[in-house]
Design a protein. Structure first.
Length: 192
């Protein structure tokens, strides 16, 4: 419960709305490799990651799986599928034991509609998801692979060891061999 209180304290909600938020959902623990959302299935929950790490992945028609995002804190869901009641376009999987505070669609909508502060908070969540997507698009269009790798290091910090070389390569849009070259170059540049 202390993880949830800490998470809620970072949301800058009034004491009243913080209390309501902490009452509506439930805390669940996902084991490593357990799915929070599965591609092609309904997305039933919005989750607040209290502890642990999640990997977002997409599997194409040829069965090729690509890591598209990584999350250690904040909210996690396939927002489009969640809000529109359609099958998820990607999966969200725990890459370590992960504690999530989850809310159903009805719980989220009721929370948003509780008062104007709830409405602003709902808009804030949607804006943050948009900002992350906008940053990702910008990075893939404007940054070099090395710059994308360095940005990833800043985001995942110590959790980088839980990602495979293939995950890292997929996240920054290069091959695993390119990631190895980038790492060697950064080590060499760091020793100079």
């Amino acid at each position: 419960m202390s993880d949830l209180k800490e998470f809620v304290s970072r949301m800058n909600l009034s004491e009243e709305l913080s209390g309501i938020f902490m009452e509506v959902g439930e805390v669940v623990t996902l084991k490593r490799k357990e799915y929070f959302v599965r591609q092609g299935e309904p997305c039933r929950y919005l989750g607040a990651v209290l502890d642990g790490e999640l990997r977002f992945s997409y599997c194409d028609a040829d069965g090729e799986e690509r890591t598209i995002a990584f999350n250690t804190n904040g909210f996690a869901t396939e927002y489009y599928a969640f809000m529109n009641h359609v099958p998820a376009r990607y999966s969200i999987e725990a890459i370590s034991e992960t504690v999530i505070y989850r809310l159903t669609y009805k719980q989220v909508i009721d929370f948003y509609e509780y008062n104007m502060e709830g409405q602003r908070f709902g808009r804030h969540i949607a804006e943050q998801l948009f900002f992350r997507r906008d940053e990702l698009i910008f990075s893939f269009r404007c940054d070099t692979p090395e710059e994308r790798y360095q940005k990833l290091l800043k985001v995942v910090d110590t959790s980088m060891n839980k990602l495979t070389l293939k995950d890292v390569a997929s996240l920054i849009g290069v091959t695993p061999e390119t990631v190895s070259r980038i790492r060697r170059k950064l080590l060499t540049d760091g020793e100079s």
